[in-house]
Write a protein that binds this ligand. Structure first.
Ligand code: SF4
Length: 321
């Protein structure tokens, strides 16, 4: 059985304009010790899917339908007490923008000691010892546990966030755009660190990013999300080399490849649809150069294009593109 099973998940937000169908019928599985990437533009639903798994949705968000099973436990129906125990201890999240996630008036070490003491029956001395070990694990000198967040650089703060996510040795870590706002060199270090920790600690990892090349490097599997739906999923190497869905092709073409052939990155024209009134047919149709009549009439199902590789596109299904 997979460590995490998300089935037909629908997560909606109530707004003054109407109900936003932010995640709509999303399913995927993740095994122990495996890394999966969730990719797509801003607003495609990847962070909402992650917050649904953690049950950390804002007050206007709710899980309308579907199931989330983690280590055999039903997360959707879990009561708040059990949920608090499961977060940190069994699954945790690294948010983007470490300065916002860390409390600026508290020493960083104390912010890691706190969840350890909350979730485990250990003394403060043991929790501090573990915090020092975690600092070493993420490449920060243990002598710095009594420093404040502003005394660290952006990359170091993100390392602190990773140490915090590991505080209770969870089985699953979700990293939501963990390298946003960091320069390219530091981004590469953080990505490498996450990948090494994932292998070393046999963690399941969900990495969220709009940058496909980062995900192809880090994750075995990829789910490409567009307007709340998964439009393509499968092995990351395969998808990156042979993207099938027109949106995935657009994402791949939108990033320069410094190792491969030279080409000019091409942005995807247009904007995603309004998810208060999503289109009946394919949600990508307004931006798709291959669009045919059927695309606006019927929603394309996610079909198995080849073993383990799924695509939601009428024309791929018909073998036209
Ligand atoms: Fe384009 Fe049609 Fe495929 Fe949607 S279903 S991606 S509009 S070709």
């Amino acid at each position: 059985m997979a460590l995490l099973e998300v089935s037909n998940l629908k997560t909606y937000f109530t707004t003054l304009e109407g109900t936003v169908q932010a995640v709509d019928d999303v399913s995927f599985e993740l095994d122990k010790g495996t890394a999966m990437g969730l990719a797509g533009e801003s607003g495609c639903g990847k962070t909402t899917a992650a917050l649904s798994i953690m049950r950390l949705l804002p007050s206007n968000g709710y899980i309308k339908q579907g199931s989330i099973t983690f280590d055999g436990k039903n997360i959707v129906k879990m009561n708040p007490v059990k949920l608090r125990r499961t977060r940190w201890k069994e699954m945790s999240i690294v948010f983007q923008g470490a300065m916002n996630a860390l409390n600026p008036v508290k020493r960083v070490g104390d912010q890691i000691v706190e969840p350890i003491l909350l979730h485990e029956k250990v003394t403060e001395a043991t929790a501090r010892k573990r915090t020092k070990e975690l600092f070493e694990l993420v490449g920060i000198s243990p002598d710095r546990i009594d420093d404040y967040p502003h005394e660290f650089s952006g990359g170091m703060r993100q390392r602190v966030m990773i140490a915090m996510a590991l505080a209770c040795w969870p089985k699953l870590i979700i990293a939501d755009e963990p390298t946003t706002a960091l320069d390219v060199m530091i981004q590469a270090q953080i990505i490498r660190l996450l990948k090494n920790l994932q292998k070393e600690l046999d963690l399941a990892l969900i990495m969220i990013s709009h940058d496909l090349s980062v995900l192809a490097e880090t994750c075995e599997f990829l789910c490409i999300m567009y307007a709340g739906k998964i439009v393509e999923k499968g092995s990351s190497v395969h998808i990156f080399k042979h993207p099938r869905h027109p949106y995935t092709r657009g994402l791949v073409a939108a990033f320069p490849n410094i190792k491969g052939e030279k080409f000019m990155p091409e942005p995807i024209p247009g904007n995603p649809p309004n998810l208060i009134h999503p289109p009946i047919g394919c949600r990508f149709s307004d931006r798709c150069k291959y669009k045919q009549q059927i695309c606006d009439q019927k929603e394309p199902p996610l079909f198995e294009f080849e073993p383990g590789h799924y695509v939601a596109c009428h024309l791929v299904q018909k073998g036209v593109i």
